[in-house]
Design a protein. Structure first.
Lengths: 571, 451
């Protein structure tokens, strides 16, 4: 590390700190100080935390949350690891398509996903109705915690997939080649060489899944499972009132536990170096599979895809179906729902594209900056930037929404006389703060795989810090940054909880709000599903295009190198 | 992206302000905007919005959809810089609460032809802070395909839902989650009395397949066939049926008919437009919109029923609807939080334990019907009592001092709250868990005795 005073990074770090303080720390503190307030006197106390541990309901909720998060990581890994490995390591028709389809589950809009899953896998859903009719038994896929684990792992496994795939693509393949030359192949090659080298990506993804599931509110609520921590916090805050301390006590517990698991995943990296000098490409390109292997791999992938795309298939049926009630399929099919949506609700789509696009852009800029400052500079307190930004994961959207209302309501937007809290820009900021952790993890994983020696070389050749970051670090991180952008964008566009608190007028509302409004009435189920499908299609296209960009960049780099090698007569 | 022009050029703004101020003295100037916070679905708000817009094309209506409880909170949180004109939801107690906090503005609408009472409920707030525009009752909704496939008898009364035959087939929302469900629970508690009411609720709840998080989760579950029977507000049943779902709705004898309301928010930025909207809601044209097949609510203007669609009951003629319960909304408001919390602790969060105890009781009842045995019967009766037990008496629940435990807002720093809500709830939770476990054990003992 250079020892002179780093004015550039320091000022960037300060700006980041101010942003996080203004839009995350202060609003949250403004709300959670209630957790430490004595309801009798209003003075500081820990009695509320005693109440938490004394109540068996909360203890059971805690263990349930832990169990569901752990099981979801396992199931998500089972889904994601084969998809990532096959598509990055072998010549495989439609790899891009598979990776795109693999990300789609992340963008399942709220409400509709669980409705679709219930219609397919519920106790009287299509699958169970068929099983009952032909075999006389049913399977409780969606009962209680099972349902939460199932829906969560299908929903969040793309975190592991994208991060692991980015990691796998970044491994110096000469290492793999050496291992193969030394006789390793198949599962052994994967277990001993490839997977350990891709560990930063896997851990980044898995810890995201764990945190996300642990803190997730929507899925348990939609499946009416309330004996978990996040739903307990939400139920208390939204039904008893924002002055009740217990909701905030639970929120504080969520934040603390998330910090703890994050710290644990940091520990796993300590003292290890995952960076390699050479990026991707290297000696070996994608391998070919033998015919029977190829058939097997296709079969596994198709099975997984059919399973993870089930909610979308259900949603598609729902959006075209007339009435779907206690039946394997809808009674009939129609285009009316789409017509109604196109006539009345196009502003939701444009708003969502704008908000989620802006939020994701802010996120990757902040994420890259934070990752660089944390891993490449010696600024004091730099890891706190990472901790604080990541803690946003653990802040329930409702808490952030209320915090914003409390702070920014008194401020007016210049020239309009409107309170800042009701201005659409505040929605963008809320979304970017809530989704920053995703982009940040992706950026950190990408940066960890860039060897510091490359930057040192650039600086030795006279490049300034800024130029080094711009010309060397950012381009080498581009895959991870793009993965971060896609994840942030996709998840921001289906965010609901903060949105619901902060939408000031309908003309400013995003898609998730529109779906929420539609799904509150019997006749709105079809149009709501149609709006959901539109959201999925838009984001699916976005993801596909960004994968194409990554792939093309990689191919061009490989081609350049081959040309250069030929010209220089190296081998 | 359509960008909204929020900032008028200064010159035009000044000219506009001048024009408005000079215009105000002569005629009623209607503002160019109206902001409504509502819990009603798009299916209801859409037609009203369109019809009002047609009548007043210069006024842009903005609808903000929030759940009742979230809406109340939104009005409270934003009171310092209020941007909302109208609050438009079902639950009258939400209005009582806002009125109590001084967040509503009184108004005298043109309400010719609207009587004072519907069933046993006053339609309008006596002080003129909020107004009923439609009535709703609570009842039972069921999916006919589901009932046929599972060979279930059709329920008519709340008591029917206690039968063993409906075990695992019923769904309901929690009163803490939905203002309308709260009214259902209060109607049962006021209709049957506190102790008997809770016993009834818990007997029914033992048959629940789920306690949904949103009130719409219940009709949604019945419509899709996830569970067969739902305890819902009438328009959920009527509108689901009108949308083509194979469902039916019945009013049990004990139900409260209560109005859905609208009121002007204190310091509304567009008071004229807000008043015009209320007048429109109560006009003949506005009342007729309620007959829309996607809305299907009961108008408060008796004369309108002449044009009612088939199947929609007329509460002004059919006295059986909502007559049995004299709904006391002050009583309801006073113990609002106590009832919500009690329901959550005894039923919502312990639904698994309650279901297990109920299943054992159903099995024991069946076994005893085949082989009567006084000792086993005593055990079974004891088990039922354990399930029915409530940790709070009616007098205690109605006591304002006790309710204060659940009302966290201390007015002054010196105000003392007797107990912490978390403390009380911890006791209730333990009470429910232990009683349900013992009830299950007792019922299992009774079964073993007769086997």
């Amino acid at each position: 590390m250079p020892s002179r005073v780093q004015w550039g990074p320091a000022s960037v770090g300060l700006t980041l700190a101010i942003f996080l303080a203004a839009f995350l720390v202060v609003p949250v503190l403004k709300v959670i100080f209630v957790a430490f307030q004595d309801p009798h006197t209003g003075s500081f106390t820990l009695v509320n935390f005693q109440d938490f541990f004394r109540t068996s309901l909360f203890r059971e909720s805690f263990w349930n949350s832990l169990y569901v998060a752990g099981m979801s990581v396992m199931l998500a890994s089972i889904i994601a690891v084969p998809l990532a490995y096959f598509t990055t390591r072998f010549n495989f028709g439609g790899s891009i398509l598979i990776q795109t389809l693999g990300v789609i589950p992340l963008i399942m809009p709220p409400f509709v996903g669980a409705v679709a899953m219930q219609l397919l896998f519920g106790s009287n859903g299509s699958v169970n109705l068929l099983l009952d009719e032909h075999f006389g038994f049913t399977v409780p896929f969606m009962d209680g915690l099972n349902g939460v684990i199932l829906v969560e792992s299908i929903h969040y496994f793309p975190f592991i997939l994208t991060n692991l795939a980015a990691s796998l693509a970044n491994i110096d393949r000469s290492l793999e080649e050496s291992a193969q030359n030394l006789g390793a192949s198949g599962l052994r090659l994967f277990r001993r060489v490839v997977f350990p080298l891709a560990m930063p990506g896997y851990i980044a993804g898995a810890s995201l899944v764990f945190l996300k599931v642990f803190d997730d509110l929507g899925t348990p609520l939609l499946l009416n499972v309330n004996k978990m921590l996040a739903p307990q916090a939400y139920l208390r805050i939204s039904s008893i009132g924002i002055t009740d301390p217990m909701g905030y006590v639970i929120a504080v517990m969520l934040v603390l536990f998330s910090m703890f698991s994050l710290w644990a995943s940091f520990l796993a990296f300590r003292g290890r170096d995952y960076s390699s000098v050479q990026k991707g490409g290297g000696g070996l390109l994608k391998r070919d599979l033998r015919p029977w292997e190829k058939t097997g791999a296709y079969l596994v992938i198709l099975l997984i895809l059919a399973f993870v795309l089930a909610p979308h298939i259900g949603l598609l049926l729902l959006s075209f179906g007339t009435v779907w009630s206690y039946a394997v399929l809808p009674d009939g099919f129609t285009l009316d729902h789409y017509l109604r949506v196109f006539e009345t609700s196009s502003q939701y789509v444009t708003n969502t594209l704008l908000y989620a696009g802006l939020a994701a852009t802010i996120d990757v800029i902040l994420g890259t900056a934070i990752a660089y400052i944390v891993w490449r500079t010696g600024l004091r307190g730099r890891t706190w930037l990472d901790y604080i930004a990541t803690a946003a994961l653990a802040v329930p959207g409702v808490v952030l929404g209320i915090g914003y209302l409390r702070i920014f309501l008194g401020w007016e937007v210049p020239f309009s006389g409107q309170p800042l809290a009701a201005w659409w820009v505040i929605l963008v900021i809320a979304l970017s703060v809530r989704r920053l952790p995703y982009a940040l993890r992706a950026c950190v994983a990408a940066l960890q795989q860039v060897s510091v020696t490359l930057e040192e070389a650039a600086e030795n050749l006279g490049a300034t810090k800024l130029r080094t970051v711009w010309r060397i670090v950012v381009p080498l991180m581009s895959g991870g940054i793009l993965a971060g952008f896609v994840t942030s964008f996709a998840t921001a566009s289906v965010e609901l909880s903060a949105t619901l608190m902060l939408v000031g007028q309908q003309s400013d509302a995003p898609l998730s709000y529109g779906i929420y409004v539609f799904m509150q009435s019997a006749a709105g189920r079809g149009p709501g599903a149609a709006l959901g499908i539109i959201a999925v299609v838009i984001e699916g296209l976005g993801t596909y295009l960004s994968h194409r960009v990554i792939e093309r960049g990689r191919r061009m780099r490989t081609a350049d190198r081959i040309v250069a090698e030929t010209v220089l007569g190296v081998e | 992206m359509k960008l909204h022009h929020r900032a008028l050029p200064i010159g035009r703004a000044l000219a506009f302000a001048f024009a408005v101020s000079s215009f105000c003295g002569t005629a009623q100037a209607m503002e160019d905007k109206l902001v409504i916070v509502t819990s009603f679905p798009e299916d209801l708000t859409g037609p009203f919005q369109a019809a009002f817009q047609e009548k007043h094309p210069a006024t842009q209506v903005e609808i903000l959809n929030k759940k009742t409880s979230a809406g109340v909170k939104y009005i409270q949180e934003t009171a310092a810089n209020n941007t909302t004109d109208l609050f438009w939801v079902s639950a009258p107690d939400a209005f009582t609460l806002l009125k109590g906090k001084g967040l509503l503005e009184p108004y005298a609408p043109n309400s010719e032809g609207i009587p004072d009472m519907i069933g046993s409920f006053p339609i309008n707030d006596p002080d003129g802070y909020f107004f009923g525009f439609a009535a709703s009752g609570y009842g039972i909704m069921y999916n006919t395909r589901y009932m046929k496939a599972k060979k279930l008898p059709l329920p008519k009364e709340w008591d029917d839902l206690k039968g063993a035959v409906y075990f695992g087939h019923v769904g309901m929302s929690a009163p803490s989650r939905s203002g309308t469900t709260h009214l259902t629970v209060e109607a049962i508690l006021q209709g049957e009395g506190w102790d008997k009411g809770w016993a009834s609720l818990k007997e029914m709840a033992g048959n629940f397949s789920t306690v949904t998080e949103r009130s719409f989760g219940v009709p949604d579950g019945v419509n899709s066939g996830e569970f067969g029977i739902g305890i819902v507000i009438d328009f959920f049943g009527f509108s689901s049926k009108a949308s083509g779902f194979p469902v039916e709705f019945v009013y049990p004898t004990i139900t409260a008919l209560v109005p859905a309301n609208v009121g002007i928010v204190k310091n509304a930025p567009h008071p004229e437009a807000a008043a015009a909207f209320i007048d429109f809601l109560l006009s003949d044209a506005g009342q007729k919109i309620l007959f829309d097949p996607k809305i299907q609510r009961l108008p408060v203007k008796p004369a309108i029923y002449a044009e009612a669609p088939e199947g929609l009951p007329n509460p002004f003629e059919d006295n059986s609807i909502g007559a049995a319960v004299h709904f006391d909304s002050e009583l309801s408001e006073g113990r609002y939080n106590v009832v919500n919390s009690l329901f959550d602790q005894l039923i919502t969060f312990r639904i698994g334990e309650l279901r297990a105890a109920t299943q054992a009781i159903h099995e024991a009842t069946e076994a005893l019907a085949k082989r009567p045995d006084p000792k086993a019967q005593a055990l079974l009766d004891e088990a039922r009592q354990r399930v029915a037990a409530v940790p709070v008496s009616e007098a205690e629940a109605n006591d304002p001092a006790f309710a204060a435990v659940f009302e966290k807002k201390r007015k002054k720093a010196t105000d003392e709250v007797p107990q912490r809500q978390a403390e009380v709830e911890q006791l209730w939770d333990a009470f429910a868990r232990d009683n349900y476990a013992q009830a299950e054990e007792l019922a299992r003992q009774a079964i073993r005795l007769v086997r």
